[in-house]
Design a protein around this ligand. Sequence first.
Ligand code: BES
Ligand code: MN
Ligand code: ZN
Length: 488
Amino acid sequence: MELTLKSARRSLDEIHAPLAVVGVWGGELSEEGRRLDIQHRGRLSRAMEALHFRGEFGETLLVSLEEGREPGFALLFGLGKKRGVSLETVRQAGARLVREVARLGFREAVAETFLAEKFGKREASYALAEGAFLGGYRWSGYKTEVRRAERLRLWLARSSGPAVARAEVVAEAVNYARNLVNEPPNILTPVELARRAEGMAQELGLQVEVWDEGRIQEAGMGAFYAVAQGSANPPRFIQLTYRPEGPAERVVALVGKGLTFDTGGYSLKPSESQITMKGDMAGAAAVLAAMRAIAKLKPPVEVRAYVAAAENMVSGRAYRVSDVLKSLSGKTIEVLNTDAEGRLTLADAITYADRQGAQAIVELSTLTGACVVALGEKVAGLFANDPRWGREVREAAERAGEKVWPLPLEEEYREMLRSETADLKNTHGRSRSAGAITAALFLSEFTEKPLAHLDIAGPAYSEKEHPLGPAGGTGFGVRTLVELLSRQ
Ligand code: BES
Ligand code: MN
Ligand code: ZN
């Protein structure tokens, strides 16, 4: 959908549009709704009574008003019961609202800023606008018969302009990440991912550097290179830097897993498990997208993004089980499973980020199926080697409305990664216990700096439509990163 949001200080009845949207909360019309009701001699309340409209969340009632005058229609939008509402309710209402208004065929409407009395104008405006931009997202896809995108111009009455502007920047970044995840893997190869990062950097004035396979090998990134060597599509190492104009408060590195496709390699995945593996670069997508928003919001922090982009394939050149790799850190790694490839690419990216002078690192990856078993498809696992940094990331996620839950970096399990032949092995081998934790412990071998690892294997990709968007890439993690690096 092509959505234009206009923030207005004026109240609902001072903005002329064919449709006015007002909230119904706890079975009652909002204040703006009551005002509209009085202006239209009780039409809204009469329709509510006649149809026993209670305003369960997402329920709507379209009421026809006087002909020849604007608004010609009112849409009553259910916000649910008084208890249990949160800013997430407002966000989801924004997403539903734009879809519903477009479905009814309106191209212009005015809506009140739902629950502004309860949450404050700024917070409510932000959540409603963010929800609207996220809910209006559609992936264009590759159907030869193109459907024209619906257009909608929506006024938000009595809203905060800066909050709506920020919401647009953040949601646009989330949708950018969604697009990257949704691209098919034959199109979004490591080379193409790097090309897009370069394009974005140029557009937004970020510093960018991309290494090809020769440079990756020369640098000594033996773990990353091994994963990539089986594919005819060469790897790329992508680095983006944002520098604030004034002095930087701190230097934070973002690292994203960038497997543009993960077949599992010789430890081949069954066919059904490969179906979502074009999304194995969702961590990279989140990191690049966050840089996009950061470049526009200009916080006083230096942010550096690193993506080791590769494809995990099978061929006569592919790495195999029992290979011993030399990582950039110097540590040697015995490969017990070629499907535990993400941690190998990340090991070198984390080492590099650390050596380049990061003071703290946040890393996002679709790392383990075990994390999906533990937390399901809605919640990411959070691991941190430093409690303060872990808390900071967790609180940012909470403010951003993304669900993360702490899991332990259990030291007693570290021995599960000890190898007879090398310094480490990449999996525990036959045992399937603590799969998400051992993966996180493996990553923690490559830096002593504060490291927060988000295992987003569950929430990065949605098989079905969800309250904030369609099936496919969700853009999970972008909102948390932006919140962490540029508090509202
Ligand atoms: N990309 C997968 C993890 C994944 C699984 C993401 C399901 C999204 C949905 C990762 O590279 C992987 O294959 N991990 C293995 C690790 C195992 C071999 C130790 C896994 O989780 O099975
Ligand atoms: Mn894998
Ligand atoms: Zn993977």
